[in-house]
Design a binder for this molecule. Structure first.
Ligand code: TRP
Length: 328
C-alpha cells in the first residue's frame, strides 16, 4: 500500500466536474492505498481575504468529502490549519528552497499577472514551500495531481533531496502520479471549456448541492450542436458529446452505448438531467444531515486531524532532530 496524499482548497462550491473528475475516484480508490486528504485552508489564504468565510467553507468541504463517500475509518481527512506542523515545516522549506527556484514557478507567474492590480501577497510566492511541507510531513510516496501541479511536486522533490543531502536522510521523496481518469465534464453553456468555478456564468455549472429543479433546468438549457442526430463526436458535436459523457458517467455506461438509446437532443437532455439528479440525491441528503449535525461533523474532522497529527508530528520531530535545533 502506498501512502497517497491529495489536497483540496476550500474555495468555491463543489461541482459536477470536481465530483465526476476527481472525488468519485477518491472514494472508489480509498481502500487501495493509505490515503490522506488535506483541506488546505492556509493555501486558500493566499487569495481569500474576506473575514469569516474560510471556516464555513472548510467545514462545508469536509461535510462534502464525507457525503460523497469517503469513509472516516479508512481515509484520513484533516484540516491543514488545525495542524501547526504545516506552518512550522513550511518555514524550514522556505529556507531550503531558493528565491530563484520559486521565481520559476509558472503558477506564481500566472497568478501574479492575473492579480496585477490586486494585492500580490508574499504567500502567493512562497506557496510551494507550504505545499512541500504538506507533502513531506506525511511521507507521501504518491501525489495525484493535474498537469498544473506537476511543477510543485517537482520542486517538493528537489527540496527533499536538498534537505536530505544537507541534514541526512529525513524525507521520503514523493512522486507526482496521474489520477485515474474520471469523466471530463465540460461547461453546459460552453462545452469546449472545462466545467470550472472561474467560468463567466453559473448557467453551465452543475453544483453537487443544486436543487433538482435547478439541475433539470440547466440540462434543458444546455448548448447543443447544429444538426439533430445523437452521435458521440467530441470534435464535431461537443455539446452532445458532453451530455453523453455525463449521462454515461452517471449510469456506469459508455458514451458510445448511451448514444444508441437516443434519437433527439431533447430526450437526451432530459435523461442526463434526471440521471444526475438521481446520482446526486443521496450525496445532498448526507451533506444536509452532516452540516446540520455540527457535533458529529466536528467529531469526524477531529478524528482525521488526530490521525494526521501523529504522522505530521513525528516527521517534524525528525526534521528538527536532523537539523539539530535545540530541543525544548
Ligand atoms: N496547490 C494545490 C492546488 O492548487 C493544492 C495543494 C496544496 C496540494 N497542498 C497540496 C496538492 C499537497 C497536493 C499535495 O490544487
Amino acid at each position: 500500500m502506498a501512502r497517497v496524499l491529495s489536497c483540496i482548497q476550500p474555495t468555491g462550491d463543489v461541482h459536477l466536474g470536481n465530483y465526476l473528475g476527481a472525488l468519485r475516484n477518491w472514494v472508489s480508490g480509498q481502500r487501495e492505498n493509505d490515503v490522506f486528504h488535506g483541506i488546505v485552508d492556509l493555501h486558500a489564504l493566499t487569495v481569500t481575504e474576506t473575514p469569516g468565510v474560510l471556516g464555513d467553507q472548510t467545514l462545508s468541504l469536509a461535510a462534502m468529502l464525507f457525503a460523497v463517500g469517503l469513509d472516516p475509518d479508512v481515509a484520513t481527512i484533516f484540516v491543514q490549519s488545525h495542524l501547526p506542523q504545516h506552518s512550522q515545516l513550511a518555514w524550514i522549506m522556505e529556507c531550503t528552497v531558493s528565491f530563484g527556484e520559486l521565481s520559476r514557478m509558472t503558477q506564481f507567474k500566472d497568478k501574479a499577472a492575473k492579480r496585477e492590480s490586486d494585492f500580490v501577497s508574499a504567500g502567493l510566492f512562497t506557496y510551494p514551500a507550504l505545499q512541500a511541507a504538506d507533502i513531506l510531513l506525511y511521507d507521501a510516496q504518491e501525489v495525484p495531481v493535474g498537469d498544473d501541479q506537476r511543477q510543485h511536486i517537482e520542486i517538493t522533490r528537489d527540496i527533499a533531496i536538498r534537505f536530505n543531502h544537507r541534514f541526512g536522510d529525513t524525507f521520503v521523496l514523493p512522486k507526482a502520479v496521474t489520477p485515474k481518469a474520471g469523466a471530463r465534464v465540460m461547461d453546459l453553456q460552453n462545452p469546449t471549456a472545462k466545467m470550472s468555478k472561474s467560468a463567466d456564468g453559473e448557467a453551465g455549472i452543475i453544483y453537487v448541492l443544486d436543487e433538482p429543479a435547478a439541475i433539470e433546468r440547466k440540462f434543458k438549457r444546455a448548448v447543443t450542436d447544429s444538426g439533430s442526430e445523437v452521435v458521440y463526436d467530441r470534435a464535431g458535436k461537443p455539446g452532445v458529446a458532453n451530455l453523453l459523457e455525463i449521462l454515461a458517467a452517471a449510469t456506469a455506461s459508455t458514451p458510445e452505448a448511451t448514444a444508441k438509446n437516443y434519437t433527439q437532443y431533447g430526450a437526451l437532455k432530459t435523461a442526463a438531467g434526471a440521471a444526475v439528479v438521481e446520482m446526486l440525491a443521496p450525496i445532498r441528503r448526507r451533506y444536509d444531515e452532516l452540516i446540520n449535525d455540527r457535533g458529529e461533523l466536528t467529531r469526524l474532522v477531529r478524528r482525521g486531524d488526530e490521525r494526521a497529527e501523529v504522522v505530521a508530528a513525528a516527521t517534524l520531530a525528525r526534521a528538527h532532530a536532523a537539523i539539530g535545533v535545540l530541543p525544548r
